[in-house]
Write a protein that binds this ligand. Structure first.
Ligand code: NAD
Length: 732
């Protein structure tokens, strides 16, 4: 045994300790489940054992399930993967149910050995489903710990009894935020919400004490008693009925039907609530299998869990470069982006020199961090001491000599090559010879900006998204001459600030913006063609995009759109074809409707800036009659293909070097239909042959921008998928 070990103390309490060797966090594997089963069997069979405490040898209890376990269950079942999954899941239920009954006589409800969970820190996923099967949960008073069931965030749901147990423990309504939103709480809040029973200094000692005193009645779960009633009411109870009707509507509202897991979860709770507990577990297992068999869940797990983590751990980092963690950062330009970059860096404990052309502007940049910290204090997430510590790390100044001992510079001044070249020269006059210099430009090629540098191999792009503290993606751009140490430095820095990096080669708009712009343009173009704006926006929402293309344009501003359109036209010359998009964009610009910032754009806004709905003037000018509107699927495919074909072209051109980065970057960077796992996963779901055929149809109907890329055509002919062709070497 390696993951679970058991020792029985002098009082007859068997302590089962979970401690995965060589890992900082416990993660449940297939072997570990067998070991736990073995320990439980032994403890229950041993007359000298009076009770059991399950705990961890690490500072946390457990981070969840190794999702490869599910992949193995499926793969080991040959041509009956659903059967393999269902049977594997039922085995977990048998184990956890064994812990829950602990030898109890089902008729008299007597004779169970008390089982308590002692959680030193975080308990997530199966790391909380296991405690839920115990009779009492003790958590350490550790404010950093997070307790809950985050499975829904990677496209599945708690499938080791967590769904059924939590719904029965709290009632469907109270369990909803934890099951449907993956909400995690610190121990004190978790106790308030009824997730854990006790918050104590020493959970193992408290659990042992409880185990020795527990009575038969303490060891019977409410749902094993005859008179059990679901808190808040089961579906046929008037209150329960309302909860389920409301939850169903809420899920459809939130997911627009794009995600299979929330609906399946609710079905498991609804159907499970009307049958005895063990049947409910079986129902949960069937719905869980159903979700795992959906290609969406496999794609979400691959992108949002396995590959996201791989990228964060440095999957694409040059291996031959030693640790490049940043000690002192210089940020040039204390505007919207510079202020955000200073904040996230200081939050990671990095010392920051924040430079602007006036002291007032530099101070304003630092004030952003102050406002952020004040917000944290107000919400109880921070303290005045932490605020002081944060602010003491940021030095706002106009004096470039303060950069003298920085090891990384990030430039975020105006998007103007002249201004950027000037600050590069000024900084390079004082920074150490080995300092890496990065630009946060969103549109200017890195190789061009690097011409202003005397050390182009140390020059790189580190492109943040706005708002910096909220957006988790950082795009790292290699210029023609960028060297490995600069790439390693950028990646080590992104790891320090706990964001997710992708590394791309230098090209117009890099990767993310290259795909986002066609998405916005396609939406705007459709407006100009007479498509009902609400149809466009809802089509995007139903695909799982957080914001439709028109709202996105309102957020990023119409004037920026006009600027980009003009610059692209100048760069592309005759090849530029914006169709009806520019007519709409320039018309809005002429009307002074600049988007959210002017409280007027595609949408109408009230005085306070609240979005009210599509601006009627837009409809009056452009929208065709109802009977001239296109099919929903056509609108959706135009929005999807306009982005995914750009992603394929970026791969063909070598801008993207790894499809994992293309998929993860799309979801984190611009909210690309997360249920699909990203553009390449989505094309794999469609199949290259169908995707190529659809390109031909869209090209014939709407123009050359939908022309099937040669790579996709070749894959269609060879019957390949992106993950079968490009996934083997690097992707999970
Ligand atoms: P901003 O206008 O809010 O800030 C620019 C700051 O640079 C201002 O405070 C200005 O005073 C300062 N500045 C200008 N010239 C300077 C000089 N010579 N020396 C020192 N400081 C100087 O702009 P922003 O939105 O923060 O954008 C900054 C950069 O980040 C641009 O390159 C932009 O393309 C890029 N970017 C912006 C976004 C976005 O969403 N706004 C996203 C990604 C990248």
């Amino acid at each position: 045994m390696t993951d679970f070990t058991m020792k029985t103390d002098a009082d007859g309490v068997a302590i089962i300790t979970w401690d995965c060797p060589g890992k900082s966090m416990n993660v449940m594997s297939g072997e570990a489940l067998l070991e736990l089963n073995d320990c439980v069997d032994k403890a229950l069979a041993d007359e000298a054992v009076k009770g059991i405490v399950i705990t961890s040898g690490k500072k946390d209890f457990a981070g969840g399930m190794d999702l490869n376990v599910l992949a193995d269950m499926r793969a080991n079942a040959g041509d009956e993967p659903a059967k393999g999954l269902f049977e594997g899941i039922m085995q977990m239920h048998v184990l956890l149910r064994k812990i829950e009954r602990a030898g109890m006589d089902p008729k008299t409800l007597k004779g169970a050995k008390p089982v308590a969970a002692a959680l030193p820190g975080t308990a997530a996923g199966i790391g909380f489903e296991l405690p839920l099967a115990c009779h009492r949960i003790f958590a350490a008073d550790n404010p950093k710990a997070k307790i809950g069931l985050p499975e829904i965030l990677v496209g599945i749901f708690p499938g080791a009894g967590g769904t059924t147990r939590l719904a029965r423990k709290l009632g469907a309504m109270m369990a909803a935020p934890f099951l449907l939103e993956g909400k995690m709480l610190d121990p004190k809040k978790a106790k308030g919400a009824g997730l854990v029973d006790e918050v104590v200094e020493d959970p193992v000692a408290a659990a042992k004490e409880w185990v020795l005193k527990a009575t038969d009645a303490d060891c019977v779960k409410p749902w094993d008693k005859k008179d059990y009633k679901m808190p808040g009411g089961a579906p046929y109870h008037p209150a329960g009925f309302q909860t389920f009707v409301g939850a169903s509507a809420m899920i459809n509202g939130k997911t627009a039907g794009a995600y299979p897991a929330p609906k399946a979860l609710l079905s498991a709770v609804y159907e499970g609530a009307m049958v005895p507990f063990d049947t409910a577990l079986k129902i949960e297992a069937r719905w869980f299998t159903h979700v795992l068999m959906n290609p969406s869940s496999a794609a979400m797990i691959r992108s949002l869990f396995l590959n996201k983590e791989a990228l964060e751990k440095g999957a694409v980092r040059p291996a031959n470069v030693d640790d490049q963690r940043v000690k002192k950062l210089g940020v040039l330009g204390a505007g919207m982006m510079g202020a955000g970059i200073a904040l996230v860096s200081a939050l990671a404990g990095i010392e920051v020199v924040l430079i602007d052309s006036t002291q007032e502007a530099a101070d304003r940049g630092k004030a952003y961090s102050e406002k952020y910290a004040d917000g944290g204090i107000k919400k109880g997430r921070s303290t005045p001491e932490k605020k002081e510590a944060l602010l003491s790390l940021i030095t706002p100044t106009t004096d470039y000599s303060a950069l003298a001992n920085c090891d990384l510079i990030i430039e975020a001044v105006f998007e103007d090559p002249g201004v950027k070249a000037e600050v590069t020269a000024k900084a390079e006059a004082v920074i150490p010879a080995d300092c890496i210099y990065a630009s946060n430009t969103s549109t200017l090629p890195i190789s061009g900006l690097a011409k202003a540098s005397s050390r182009p191999e140390q020059f790189i792009g580190i492109h943040f998204f706005s708002p910096v503290e909220k957006m988790s993606l950082v795009e790292i751009i290699k210029g023609e001459k960028t060297g490995d140490r600069a790439v390693a430095k950028a990646l080590d820095y992104v790891r320090q600030i706990r964001k997710t990096p992708i590394v791309v080669n230098d090209a117009r708009f890099f990767y993310a913006n290259r795909c986002i712009i066609p998405y916005i343009n396609e939406g705007v173009r459709m407006v100009g063609e007479g498509v009902e704006p609400a149809l466009i926006e809802n089509a995007a929402r139903m695909l799982g995009f957080p914001v439709g293309p028109l709202q996105l344009n309102d957020e990023t501003s119409i004037d920026l759109g006009v600027k980009i359109a003009k610059a692209t036209k100048a760069a592309l010359g005759n090849a530029y074809d914006a169709g009806a998009a520019d007519e709409v964009l320039f018309w809005l610009f002429d009307q002074g409707r600049m988007g959210r910032k002017s409280k007027s754009g595609y949408y109408a806004y009230d005085e306070a800036g609240k979005r009210l709905g599509i601006w009627p003037g837009l409809r009056d000018k452009y929208t065709a009659e109802a009977d001239a509107q296109p099919e929903l699927i056509d609108v959706q495919h135009r929005l999807m293909f306009s982005q995914v074909l750009e992603a394929v072209r970026a791969l063909e051109e070598g801008v993207l070097m790894d499809i994992r980065e293309g998929d993860v970057g799309a979801i984190l960077g611009w909210g690309f239909a997360p249920w699909s796992g990203g553009p390449f996963s989505w094309l794999d779901m469609l199949g290259a042959a169908y995707a190529a055929e659809r390109c031909d149809q869209l090209e014939a109907a709407y123009g050359a921008r939908f022309k099937c890329p040669a790579l996709l055509r070749e894959m269609a002919e060879k019957g390949q998928s992106f993950y079968s062709r490009f996934g083997q070497k690097k992707a999970a």
